[in-house]
Ligand binder design. Structure first.
Ligand code: NAD
Length: 335
């Protein structure tokens, strides 16, 4: 089977490429523009793998995408390429519309033209909006995205499902909760705090720190994507999560304890605009229909993640330079 992965040089995409190459007969073509969030170091050890090819192009470039589909002749597409950081979308939503909305439509149309057998569209629980203290996101929860990022992802989910309803194209959508683990770009909460901790810097926490997210170890998400690809039904949406709700304060406490740092490390900063209060996934449908069974506990996942950043200083020091520093200083000017 030939699988075209998009965004394979990013955080989740690079774990997915590794997982796919563990299967004996899968050829992986990775379409990735190598934006600031992509990193060749994430797959450096696999760069010469005989069943792996990287194609550098933007998913918004219809001619380039057409040429890659003609060459790679994929049986399936697993679409992860995206602008993925909410805070950046609040600064400028346009790249999010271009990549997440236009780019997704370009891929869907190419997949239809080339009669790709299955298109897995990878999305997020953020499309459902914000929950109060009770309740869970289910697949039939109405979409109420509230940030430019989540709005662009919701639009792309709708475009993907529209292909199924309009043309009978085989499309499956997954919506996952917050991921953490090795190779995550340190603008996201957990690697930001771990690497700041290793550098002796403070941990910015938004507002009262009581925003709740449902955290999943990245390898469990990737396993869910594989199950959705191989066992999912066309036209269906599958929510992926682990019933692991943690407030940002609780995340901080767990990480401070693991890293042996004092509570003063955590410094409140002005809240994110329109900050969603609580996300919580009901993964029951994926568990029942796909046999989705996350394996890595929160404690184990955090321990593995801290260990990885401790032992991969070169990886994150290279990332936390240049443009990243400009962004960090602008965004956390109060620190
Ligand atoms: P990431 O930001 O780490 O990686 C994105 C990758 O896409 C990078 O390699 C980048 O170079 C590539 N890319 C960006 N724009 C592109 C373009 N125009 N053309 C080609 N490649 C482009 O993202 P991630 O955290 O790994 O997320 C991957 C996917 O999973 C996204 O679709 C995201 O919405 C979804 N998701 C993420 C999370 C999470 O917690 N990180 C949770 C649920 C869903």
């Amino acid at each position: 089977m030939r699988i075209l992965v998009t965004g394979g040089l990013g955080f989740i995409g690079s774990h997915l490429v590794r997982r796919l190459l563990n299967e004996p007969d899968i050829q992986v073509d990775n379409l990735d523009a190598l934006t600031y969030a992509g990193n060749l170091a994430n797959l450096a050890d696999l760069a010469d793998h005989p069943r792996y090819t990287w194609h550098r192009a933007s998913i918004t470039d219809a001619a380039a995408v057409e040429a890659i589909f003609a060459k790679a002749k994929p049986d399936a597409v697993m679409h992860l390429a995206a602008e993925s950081h909410v805070d950046r979308s609040i600064e400028n939503g346009m790249p999010f519309v271009e990549t997440n909305v236009v780019g997704t439509e370009v891929l869907l149309e190419a997949a239809r033209r080339h009669q790709v057998r299955r298109f897995l569209h990878v999305s997020t629980d953020e499309v459902y909006g914000s929950l109060g203290p009770d309740g869970y996101f289910r697949e039939d929860t109405p979409l109420q995205p509230r940030s430019p990022y989540s709005a662009s992802k919701a639009a792309s989910d709708m475009l993907a499902l529209a292909q199924y309803h309009t043309y009978g194209q085989d499309v499956v959508v997954t919506r996952c909760s917050n991921n953490y683990g090795p190779y995550q770009f340190p603008e996201k909460l957990i690697p930001l705090w771990i690497t700041n901790g290793l550098e002796g810097k403070p941990w910015p926490i938004y507002g009262d720190g009581l925003n709740v997210r449902d955290w999943i170890y990245v390898e469990d998400h990737v396993e869910g994507l594989w199950l959705a690809l191989t066992r999912g039904k066309a036209g269906q949406v599958y929510n992926l999560g682990t019933r692991n709700e943690q407030s940002n304060r609780e995340v901080a406490q767990a990480l401070l304890a693991l890293m042996g740092l004092p509570p003063e490390t955590v410094v409140p900063v002005k809240d994110r605009l329109g900050h969603d209060r609580r996300y919580a996934i009901d993964p029951g449908y994926a568990e029942k229909e796909l046999g989705f069974t996350p394996r890595v506990s929160w404690e184990e996942g955090l321990r593995r993640t801290v260990d990885w950043y401790r032992t991969h200083t070169e990886w994150w020091q290279a990332v936390k330079s240049g443009d990243y520093l400009t962004y960090y200083r602008r965004h956390y000017a109060q620190l």
